[in-house]
Design a binder for this molecule. Structure first.
Ligand code: PRP
Length: 180
């Protein structure tokens, strides 16, 4: 039998906070501080989103909404079908939208969501992910803002979980599998 144990800190809270501030500055600058609807994909992105928006300028019109999705594969290579469990509450037609994710892995979730949101005719649709595992990608996805690129290792904390656990950790850590 194996047990999952918290491993070392691979991204300390200070490093995350500095990068989150840089991302917020860059996003605000690129949007010329115009109104933006920031859409977080539950549950993992919620912690990142709340820090990100609080680093945006106070004189910028920043709105927040969330989507909840349940993803499952129809086949293992190209198509990820995402079931929408909770949708955003308002129309995004003609609006500036920023989709926020904690991590992009195969890219299937974000690819599906972007197609869906694009069909609703936003003025601008941008994406921001905290962690990117490019080596895992199964489909091409346009990611405008990336916090950090990481290798294909199992990480938890700052929103990322193992079986629902460890999302609340302030640092991002890896996980060791111990045989017992
Ligand atoms: C994670 C993450 C993305 C998705 C990325 O969500 O938040 O939504 O997986 O994987 P992909 O690029 O291979 O599609 P998860 O299903 O773990 O839900 P959670 O945010 O509730 O933990």
């Amino acid at each position: 039998m194996s047990e999952y144990k918290l491993g070392e800190v691979i991204m300390p809270r200070e490093v995350i906070a500095k990068r989150v501030k840089e991302l917020a500055d860059q996003i605000a600058n690129d949007l010329n501080k115009q109104e933006v609807l920031v859409v977080g994909i539950l549950t993992g992105a919620s912690l990142f989103l709340t820090d990100l928006v609080r680093e945006m300028p106070e004189d910028m019109d920043v709105r927040i909404d969330f989507m909840s999705v349940s993803s499952y594969m129809q086949d293992t290579t190209t198509s990820g079908v995402v079931r929408i469990l909770h949708d955003i509450k308002t129309s995004i037609e003609g609006k500036n939208v920023l989709v926020v994710e904690d991590i992009i892995d195969s890219g299937l979730t974000l690819n599906y969501l972007l197609k869906l949101l694009q069909s609703r005719k936003p003025a601008i649709l941008k994406t921001c992910v905290l962690l990117d595992k490019p080596s895992r990608r199964k489909t091409e996805v346009k990611v405008d803002y990336v916090g950090f690129e990481i290798p294909d290792e199992f990480v938890v904390g700052y929103g990322l979980d193992y079986a629902g656990k460890w999302r609340h950790l302030k640092d991002i850590r890896n996980v060791n599998v111990v045989e017992i």
